[in-house]
Design a protein around this ligand. Sequence first.
Ligand SMILES: [Zn+2]
Length: 402
Amino acid sequence: MKIVLDESRALQNLIDLLAIEGLSGHEGAIVEAIRAKLQAAGVPAAWIRTDAANARIAKALGRPASDFETGNLIVRWPGTRPGPRRMFLGHMDTVPLCRGARPVRRGNFIRPASKTTALGADNRVAVAALVTLVETLLREKWPHPPLTILFTICEEIGLYGAKHLRLSDVGHPAMAFNIDSGDPARLVVGAIGAVKWTAHIHGISSHAGVHPERGVSAVLIAARAIERVAARGYFGAIRKGARRGTANAGIIHGGEATNQVTHHVEVRGECRSHDPSFLRVITREWREAFERAARSVRNREGQRGRVELEVRSDYASFRLPDSHPAVRFALAQARAVGLRPRAEIMDGGLDANPLNDAGVPTITLGAGQHNPHSTDEHVNIPEFLDGCRLVLQLAVAEDPSA
Ligand SMILES: [Zn+2]
């Protein structure tokens, strides 16, 4: 079957959806806009629901439930032909720089009307492509296997909607396609893993001018620890033989007065690698550096500082092999709509990370969003339309391996 896309309809969906604010945790208005479009297209209300991921996120983060307006929006669609369930997803939330953004079309691009905001193409291109998928299938009545359409919350603040998704709520899909980048020909089949950490450094305070010898400086401990990891090659870009990663200390807080030996400093940072065992090595280097530094700083009485390093896994890395049926299927369908696809791995976290971790092979593709999280953010319209065509093709194509 030849995919024919109503391009002006797809573009109108994108313009409509770009104009709606929906920062992380505040996706209520965009959920209502999507729901209205789906019902207008003829989706029965019984297929549409929101899950309770928002309550689980609030609980996990120890924040009030009111910080998270809505759960993930899920459409569970019975197939018009048998086959394993396929899921299509994109996140609904946008970054704070998108507050007040208004989309303006100029030629082949959509840009923010004001130079003071981003656009929200990350990731409303996905939302528009998914709404267009639903409208097109209902209108054209092309046969398709069971489908789940998933609009996630809180991706931008830590992939929380996807992390707190229950697979039973989305019907245990056999494979998934996540829309969240620019070039539709670039299929992301692997992504990096990351941990975030906080070092709580405790020293002993004392008057810095009168009795400096009684103090244990948390600032000095932090400085020695960071210098040690850097000297050993574990700060910034990390290369150890064939192993690669990155690490950064990004935030330092502490101190109350210049005349006081600082008794508490908090350092926050992250480590990343595609290789889960190397990620543990990098994290261990940082832990050892803080612990050694704490032991090395003493006051006149021989008292030392101490460090508690709190490490949490941000997301796990994954890599689908080129021979994986989902990768072969995606490459074949991209060629079928006239693209020249390539499979790549990426150095950032995606909603695909927790899904792959949970056992759902998930491939990420683009739909024309560029320079996200900046005032240069824009949509490349031909790429957006190609992304819409690829999503349609992935939804209806027969899968010989299934
Ligand atoms: Zn995104």
